[in-house]
Design a protein around this ligand. Structure first.
Ligand SMILES: [Zn+2]
Length: 400
């Protein structure tokens, strides 16, 4: 073998190698992907990319596994809207599939907790597939089975705006949807109940992040298995509708589930000045690109956006690891150490000072230690709890 080739291999191995302080597994339960994932060269995650999560960043940072998200935005609840959502979801499955096909020596699909650990022990990263907004089932329960067949192991019921399963924590009040927790907030629909029951039978985790409080209550009632919140915060620490109130943190824990604390700026710190500055930048970058409307997929990874965001970060810095740890500590206090986990929401708006992309993952582990968490606690937070819940969801499915 040529020396240069051998050195390149050694460098790759060193970059991906575990370090002494690493927990047994690190799982980030919410990583978004653009629609043209693995399509455009800039979204080829086997190469260095502008994305916050690519294979090199995961390997270097010690992030062993990610739940990659099949997200679709909410459109109208009609045939045209459903058809569009089904198509958009399919595009994302294809992107994840292309990643797995192109880089089998670096990342593998994990459809069971055992497979995820086996991948890790073999020195490979893991990808688990997660649905965000089950509107993309196109109001057809059979598509949940199809999603399971494509590898999806978690189903997020709803996103921003009510859908045909559930009311949202952020309903579209501008277009007449009733406010969360108002008298007209209907919670879960019959279709939503059918999806939860079928997910239970399949052994798919049910994810209540983005759901209204009423929908979380209904999910807890309907589901025979523990449930997850794949990326949510604590409302008692920061009052935001996307954050869960203490009673729901407790209820999810009482049913054996897990709440994956999310490193998302707006759920950790109120900063209207930063939000306004970001909005202004988005409009300016869109306009400079010749577009009338800002489109995150198209504009977020342009050099002008990166430069503008760096400037905003100087003036209105993102929340820090300490802000994030404060929420985690509250959640642990309320729900218990066995019921909290970690999510970044990278490439979906997530990322904070200190954990700005997957390459900085070890900073978070160090911050947990600084905040007094033991190695055993850290192992639970970084994936032990999530894998336990996933295993219980599988065991529950066998009973149906
Ligand atoms: Zn989300």
């Amino acid at each position: 073998m040529k020396t240069i080739a051998r050195l390149a291999i050694l460098a790759t191995l060193a970059a991906g190698a575990a370090q002494a302080q690493d927990p047994p597994i690190t799982i980030d339960s919410h990583v978004d992907i653009p629609f043209d994932y693995m399509g455009e060269p800039r979204f080829d995650v086997g190469q260095p990319t502008p994305l916050l999560v690519d294979l090199g960043k995961m390997e270097r940072g010690g992030l062993n596994a990610a739940f990659f998200v099949v997200w679709v935005p909410q459109h109208q609840l009609d045939d045209a809207g459903y058809a569009k959502a089904v198509k958009q979801a399919s595009q994302k499955y294809d992107g994840i599939g292309r990643m797995l096909m192109m880089y089998p020596d670096r990342i593998r699909l994990a459809t069971t907790p055992e497979q995820l650990m086996a991948n890790h022990h073999a020195g490979l990263l893991s990808a688990t597939i997660e649905i965000e907004n089950a509107y993309s089932l196109g109001h057809d329960i059979h598509r949940l089975d199809a999603a399971f067949d494509r590898g999806a192991r978690s189903v997020g019921l709803v996103h921003v705006g009510n859908n045909d399963l559930c009311t949202s924590s952020q309903p579209d009040t501008e277009h007449g949807e009733p406010a969360m927790n108002s008298a007209a907030d209907t919670g879960m629909s019959d279709f939503g109940r059918a999806v939860v029951k079928r997910a239970n039978q399949l052994g798919m985790m049910v994810d209540v992040s983005h759901a209204s409080d009423a929908c979380v209550h209904d999910t807890l009632k309907v589901s025979t298995a523990p449930i997850i919140a794949s990326h949510s915060g604590a409302r008692a620490v920061l009052d935001h509708p996307r954050n869960l109130p203490d009673d729901l943190l407790r209820a999810i824990a009482a049913k054996g589930g897990v709440i994956q604390a999310v490193a998302y700026k707006e759920f950790l710190k109120h900063d209207p000045a930063r939000e306004a500055a970001e909005e202004k930048l988005q409009q300016a970058v869109a306009k400079a690109a010749g577009d009338t409307k800002y489109d995150s997929d198209k504009h977020d990874y342009l050099p002008a956006m990166a430069a503008g965001m760096a400037k905003i970060q100087q003036q209105h810095p993102l929340p820090t690891l300490d802000d994030y740890l404060e929420q985690i500590r509250h959640m642990v206090q309320v729900a218990g150490i066995d019921h909290v986990g970690i999510a970044s929401d990278f490439d979906g708006g997530g990322g904070i000072t200190g954990w700005a992309d997957a390459s900085e993952t070890r900073n978070l582990t160090a911050a947990m230690r600084r905040h007094g968490f033991s190695d055993a606690d850290i192992a639970k937070l970084w994936g032990g709890n999530l894998l336990r819940v996933w295993g219980e969801v599988e065991r529950d499915a066998v009973k149906h």
